[in-house]
Design a protein around this ligand. Structure first.
Ligand code: RP5
Length: 158
């Protein structure tokens, strides 16, 4: 059984959303990746949201582009926290996706990441899970310390 669901509106979102999967792999967190479109497969969206709690999902990372209704619709269907990733688009550079995801009405929040911010979505899911998983918390602390240590104090010429 997976702890995190990574869902996206289209196969074309996967190159973006894979960054969330990569982070979860690094941190040893189980996940499933599914194509669930708000517009093209609404029944799949409904079933996914309806069964999310009973299937044991603890966070859902949802990415979509353009008229990006997937994260918000998923948040309306389950109390599992939904982390939204606006996928970059050609016509409007992903601002359309961002606005579609971030402006949720009171009662149904989506934790919205930056445009293309799937890696941070994976980290946010990890931080939620770490609240109740001391071993994961330790791995996450180490991951953050390693990142910090990799930043040089002084810039170098190229
Ligand atoms: C959205 O429309 C998807 O999330 C995707 O970002 C965008 C384009 O989808 P495709 O036409 O590439 O399938 O539903």
């Amino acid at each position: 059984m997976a702890d995190v669901g990574i869902i996206m509106g289209s196969q074309s979102d996967w190159p973006t959303m894979k960054a969330a999967a990569d982070i979860l792999d690094e941190l040893g967190i189980s996940y499933e990746a599914r194509i669930v479109s708000a517009h093209r497969t609404p029944d799949r969206l409904w079933d996914y949201g309806k069964t999310a709690v009973e299937r044991g999902l603890k966070a859902i990372v949802a990415g979509a582009g353009g008229a990006a209704h997937l994260p918000g619709m998923m948040a309306s269907k389950t109390r599992v926290p939904v982390i939204g990733v606006p996928v970059q688009t050609k016509a409007l550079s992903g601002v359309d996706s961002l606005y579609s995801i971030v402006q949720m009405p009171r009662g149904y929040p989506v934790a919205t990441m930056a445009i293309g911010g799937a890696a941070n979505a994976g980290l946010m899911a990890a931080q939620i899970l770490a609240l109740c998983d001391p071993a994961l918390a330790e791995r996450l602390d180490r991951w953050r310390a390693d990142l910090s240590a990799s930043i040089p104090e002084e810039p170098i010429d190229d």
